[in-house]
Ligand binder design. Structure first.
Ligand code: NAD
Length: 493
């Protein structure tokens, strides 16, 4: 069997050390922390609990490895990425199990995430060979001006728990394709999948020091990241996570003026106009809202339904939501898993209780599922939501659909844009002129038009307003890892 197709059992993919300079090492302090299965609370593994010393060791390795990796041919970097892609695909079943184990999503979603993450690796393998510059039309005799693109240098990648594989793959792949080296820190709830990816990257031929990952508990992780923020050798931070932490990183990295990509929180509106195909709108909402139990940054958080179709839409939706199968990932029929932790359930319950106390009607759900454990909440539909409710202003990040009623288009657009966030927005309508008007007016980086499933490695993913800046995927996804150098050559005939 060639290395490209090596398949590992799940147990072989579970690593516990940091991955620094091509080696698996303990945290300098020798400390570890437990990673648990959110469905059961059982410990899966204990991993290194890193601090600033480990972050520094990772940066040392990445800085040492940078010049040689920068100078590889694009085709050589592409070949390494293609081997990594093949290994992820060959192990997608086991990686999917690992994702489900530490994050809780149903097995088919875990495997789907592994394939989705892999698609970014394949995409950026190809993009590595298409990093063009420009020869600028001549301005003066005897002078030639050109613009070339160069890798920015050492990149720090910090990721959330909701997509343990895809979020880090879509940072590492473009960074490596551009010729950057990486120091990364996955979320404390879900570090195991990222470590498995590092193992496969090593096998694919990523040289020592080019990719380094450290794990850390929340508190120590803050000190580790602080070291990267202050280290002038780290030229870029790419972060996916919450808006408050993104703002903190922007402030704290100002001292060394790093390049930043921030993929932050959302508060996505989903508008159903009275000319919509209602069945298609229900299908789109189910797909967009209930992936990962409602724990995605592009999940519709506020659903606006025009008065004429409100009750019909609400009935259809509530019937579908009530039928969702809530179960651990080990159940092949599971559609909704546990929330990531008890803190997440607290927030969901707070949002629902607040909405109900302000007049929302529970059409289905609206309660914890304590019989399954502390991390479970029932898929919920609330009618008669209003803007004064907490779930109108904050990302709920759970399986809760609040339905707001509206009368006309201008009111819907005003309400949809009445948020500091601007990641995704969705709307359903069959009127072509309305489609054009609404798409132009929505303040969002991503707009779904009669479509609930938006993610693709070929599309630019990212937000506006307080949802951040930078784009992941697509032909634009490399720009964040490159800087432009202007060359001016004189003395020519
Ligand atoms: P989070 O901001 O709490 O944590 C994200 C990462 O930052 C983790 O690795 C965490 O350990 C680290 N971190 C936390 N505090 C830090 C600090 N003070 N200094 C340095 N690092 C710190 O987010 P989360 O709860 O893991 O993820 C959920 C959030 O991520 C939601 O808001 C969601 O919308 C957002 N998200 C956005 C996208 C996107 O593409 N825009 C994708 C997925 C998730």
């Amino acid at each position: 069997m060639t290395p490209m197709t090596t398949r590992y059992p799940l147990s072989a993919l579970i690593r516990s050390g940091n991955f620094i300079d091509g080696q698996w090492v303990s945290a300098a302090s020798g400390t570890r922390f437990a990673v648990t299965d959110p469905a059961t609370g059982k410990t899966i593994a204990e991993v290194a609990d890193s601090d600033a010393n480990d972050a520094r060791a990772a940066t040392d390795a990445a800085a040492r490895a940078f010049p040689a990796w920068r100078d590889t041919l694009p085709a050589e970097r592409a070949a390494v990425l293609r081997r990594w892609h093949a290994l992820i695909v060959a192990n997608a079943g086991e990686l999917g199990q690992l994702i489900s184990l530490e994050q809780g999503k149903p097995l088919h979603e875990g495997r789907g995430e592994a394939m989705y993450g892999a698609s970014y690796v394949a995409w950026f393998a190809d993009e590595a060979t298409r990093i063009y510059g420009d020869l600028i039309p001549q301005q003066q005799r005897g002078k030639r001006m050109s613009a070339v693109k160069e890798p920015v240098g050492v990149v720090a990648a910090i990721t959330p728990w909701n997509f343990p594989l895809a979020m880090i793959a879509r940072k590492i792949a473009p960074a490596l394709a551009a010729g950057c080296t990486v120091v990364g820190k996955p979320a404390e709830d879900t570090p195991l999948t990222a470590l498995a990816l590092a193992m496969l990257a090593h096998e694919a031929g990523v040289p020592p020091g080019v990719l380094n990952l450290i794990c850390a508990s929340r508190e120590r992780g803050v000190t580790a990241v602080a070291d990267w923020l202050a280290d002038s050798r780290v030229r870029k931070i790419t972060f996916t996570g919450s808006t408050p932490v993104g703002k903190h990183l922007a402030r704290e990295s100002a001292g060394t003026l790093k390049k930043l990509s921030l993929e932050l929180g959302g508060n996505a509106p989903f508008i159903v106009f009275d000319d919509a195909d209602l069945d298609a709108a229900v299908d789109g909402l189910m797909a967009a809202k209930f992936r990962n139990g409602g724990q995605t940054c592009v999940c519709p958080n506020r659903v606006y339904v025009q008065s004429g179709v409100f009750e019909r839409f609400a009935d259809k939706l509530a019937t579908r939501v009530a039928a969702l199968k809530v179960a651990p990932a080990t159940d092949p029929a599971a559609q909704i898993g546990p929330m990531i932790n008890a803190r997440a359930v607290e927030k969901i319950a707070r949002h629902v209780d607040d909405a109900v106390s302000r007049g929302a009607r529970v059409l289905t759900g609206g309660k914890r599922l304590a019989e399954l454990g502390p991390n479970w909440y029932a898929p919920t539909v609330l009618a008669d939501a209003t803007p004064d409710m907490q779930l109108s202003c904050e990302e709920t990040f759970g399986p809760v659909v609040p339905l707001f009623r509206f009368d006309d288009e201008a009111e819907a657009i005003r309400a949809a844009n009445d948020t500091p966030y601007g990641l995704a927005a969705y709307f359903y309508s069959q009127d072509v002129r309305r489609i054009d008007r609404v798409a132009r007016q929505l303040e969002a980086g991503i707009v779904g038009i009669n479509e609930g499933a938006l993610a693709s490695e070929a599309a630019p993913f990212g937000g506006v307003k307080e949802s951040g800046y930078g784009r992941e995927g697509s032909k634009y996804g490399l720009d964040d890892y490159l800087s432009i150098k202007y060359l001016c050559q004189g003395g020519l005939a």
